[in-house]
Design a protein around this ligand. Structure first.
Ligand code: PLP
Ligand code: CA
Length: 302
C-alpha cells in the first residue's frame, strides 16, 4: 500500500503563495470560465497577479480550438490574454510533432476538430481527416476494401463530435500498417461538461476506440503528461518549483502540476467538490485548495 499524501491545506494566505512563485499556470474550464461564462472575479485576479509581475500561462485540454481561437474567446470574455500565453492540447500536438522533427513530407491523420487542423497547418504539417470525415460512410458490400494513405506517419486523436466508424477504421489502418506510425492523443479526459446538466463522454472515449482496435497505448501531449510542462519550462526558462499550477481537476491539472514538480492549487469552482477531494478514494492531494481564484484578492494572513 502506498503512503497517503499529506491532505490538501485550505488556502489561508494567498500573498504568501503568490510571493513564493514566479509563474501561474491556469487551467481554463472550471478556473477561468465555465463553458461560455466567465467565473466571478477573474479579470481583477489576473490584473492583480500581473501587477505583481507574475507570468501567467493558460493551459487547456480542450483541443477543439486553436490558440488563436482561444485568444478570441478570452477577448470576448473581456480578458486581455495574448494567444502566445495560451497552450491548448491542439497546439501541444503540433508542438510535439515539431519537437521530434516529424517529416514535412509525411502526413497526419486527424480524428478531432478544427483546433488540431489549424495548429498543424500553422506548424506546416500536412494533414487529412478532421470533421469532414464525419460524413464518410462505409459500404459493407462483399469484398469491400478500405484504402488508406501510406504516407500517414501520425494519427492525432482528440475530442470529436463528428466521430464515426470510418475514422476508427482509417486511423487503425494507419497505425497498424504504416511502419512507425505514431498514435498521439491530445488528452484522455473521461468526461467533459458540454452542458452543466450532465457529464458528457470526453476525449478519452475517442482515444479509447483507437486503443481498443490497435492495442497500442497513445502518446498523450495534454495534461497530466509532462510534455507541456517540459515545453513551458524550456520556452520561458522557468524552474518548475517556481510554478503554481491552478486547476479544478485532480487527475489532469493537479497531477500535471505534481508530475512537473510545481506547487498545486485546486479550485472548487469546477468539477471537483470538497467531498471528492476529501474522500478516502481520492489519492491526489494538491498543496492547497480554495473556492475560486478570486480568493487571491481577499485571503490575507491574519
Ligand atoms: N475537452 C473538452 C472537449 C472540453 O469541452 C473540456 C472542457 O470544457 C475539456 C477538455 C477540459 O478543458 P480544461 O482543460 O480547460 O478544463
Ligand atoms: Ca478544467
Amino acid at each position: 500500500r502506498s503512503v497517503m499524501a499529506a491532505a490538501a491545506a485550505k488556502l489561508k494566505d494567498a500573498d504568501a503563495l503568490i510571493d513564493s512563485v514566479e509563474t501561474f499556470i491556469f487551467d481554463c474550464d472550471g478556473v477561468i470560465w465555465k463553458g461560455d461564462k466567465l467565473i466571478d472575479g477573474v479579470p481583477e485576479t489576473l490584473d492583480l497577479l500581473r501587477s505583481k509581475g507574475k507570468r501567467l500561462v493558460f493551459v487547456t485540454n480542450n483541443s477543439t480550438k486553436s490558440r488563436k481561437q482561444y485568444g478570441k474567446k478570452f477577448e470576448t470574455l473581456g480578458l486581455s490574454v495574448d494567444e502566445e500565453e495560451i497552450f491548448a492540447s491542439s497546439f501541444a500536438a503540433a508542438a510535439y510533432l515539431q519537437s521530434i522533427d516529424f517529416p514535412k513530407d509525411k502526413k497526419v491523420y486527424v480524428i478531432g476538430e478544427e483546433g488540431i487542423q489549424k495548429e498543424l497547418e500553422l506548424a506546416g504539417f500536412q494533414y487529412l481527416g478532421g470533421p469532414t470525415d464525419g460524413d464518410k460512410k462505409i459500404e459493407l458490400k462483399p469484398g469491400y476494401y478500405m484504402e488508406h494513405d501510406k504516407d500517414v506517419g501520425a494519427v492525432v486523436v482528440g475530442f470529436d463530435r463528428y466521430f464515426n466508424y470510418y475514422k476508427v477504421q482509417y486511423g487503425t489502418l494507419c497505425i497498424r500498417e504504416n511502419p512507425g506510425c505514431l498514435f498521439i492523443a491530445t488528452n484522455r479526459d473521461a468526461v467533459t461538461h458540454l452542458t452543466d446538466a450532465q457529464e458528457w463522454a470526453g476525449g478519452g472515449s475517442m482515444v479509447g476506440a483507437i486503443l481498443g482496435s490497435t492495442k497500442q497505448e497513445p502518446l498523450v501531449v495534454g495534461k497530466p503528461s509532462t510534455f507541456m510542462m517540459d515545453y513551458l519550462a524550456k520556452k520561458f526558462g522557468i524552474t518548475t518549483s517556481q510554478i503554481c499550477m491552478v486547476g479544478d481537476r485532480l487527475d489532469t491539472d493537479i497531477l500535471f502540476g505534481q508530475n512537473g514538480g510545481c506547487k498545486t492549487l485546486l479550485v472548487l469552482s469546477g468539477v471537483t467538490s470538497l467531498q471528492t477531494l476529501q474522500s478516502p478514494d481520492n489519492s491526489i492531494q494538491p498543496d492547497f485548495y480554495t473556492n475560486q481564484i478570486s480568493d487571491f484578492l481577499t485571503l490575507k494572513a491574519a
